[in-house]
Design a protein around this ligand. Sequence first.
Ligand code: DGL
Length: 214
Amino acid sequence: MKIGVFDSGVGGKSVANAISRALPQHQVIFMMDSAHFPYATKTPQEIHGYVVPILTDLVGQGCEVIVIACNTVSTNLIDELRETLPVPLIAMEPMVKPAAEQTKSKVIVVCATPTTLASPRYQWLKDTYASGIKVLEPDCSNWSYMIETNQIDRQKIHDQIDQACQAGADMIVLGCTHYHWIEDIITEVVQGRAQVIQPEQPVIEQLKKVMASL
Ligand code: DGL
C-alpha cells in the first residue's frame, strides 16, 4: 500500500522515517511544502490553500491513506480536509491528554507553533483534559525555522526548557514534528526532571488500524 506523509518541512521526514521502519513492506511517499515553509505563524486560511493541492497530489500518486505529520495543519484544518480529500487522513496533535494523565506535579509544558497554540482544537484539548493543570507554553515561534535551516540555538532551547523544569514541569509535549529532531537535546537539558513525549508511536498504531480497515 502507498502511504502519504505530509508536512510543511523536515518535521514530517522524522515521522515518515519512523513509519518506514515500522511498516517496511509498504511504500511511504513524503511530501513537504518548501515553497511556503514555515507554517508556524501563518493563518489557517493561508495554510489551507497551500495544503490541498499537495494532498491532492499524494492521492493522485496512489496513496490510500495520508498522515498529516504537522500539528499546525491537523489542529486547525483536519475537519475541512477530511471533507475534501477522498482518503482517510491521520492527524497529529499535541499529546495534552497523556501528559495531563501522567503528570505528578500538575505542571506540563507544550512546545508548539503559535498557530497550533491559537487553534480551537488545542484550546479544546486543554479544556477537556487539562483543567486544574498548569500548562506552560514557551515561545517556540522560530524553533521550526531554526531546525529546518539547521541553525539550532542550543542555548535558547536550553534556557526555555530549563526554565520550564524549574517551574515544576514534569511532562514536556513536543507538539510540532520539527521538534522530534531535537528530542535528544531536550532530553539532555531535562536531566530526568521531566518526561519528553511525542506522538510518533501512537500515530503508527492508528495508521495500522486504518490500513487494516481499508
Ligand atoms: N512541523 C509542523 C508542525 O508539526 C510545523 C512547522 C512549521 O511549518 O512551522 O506543527
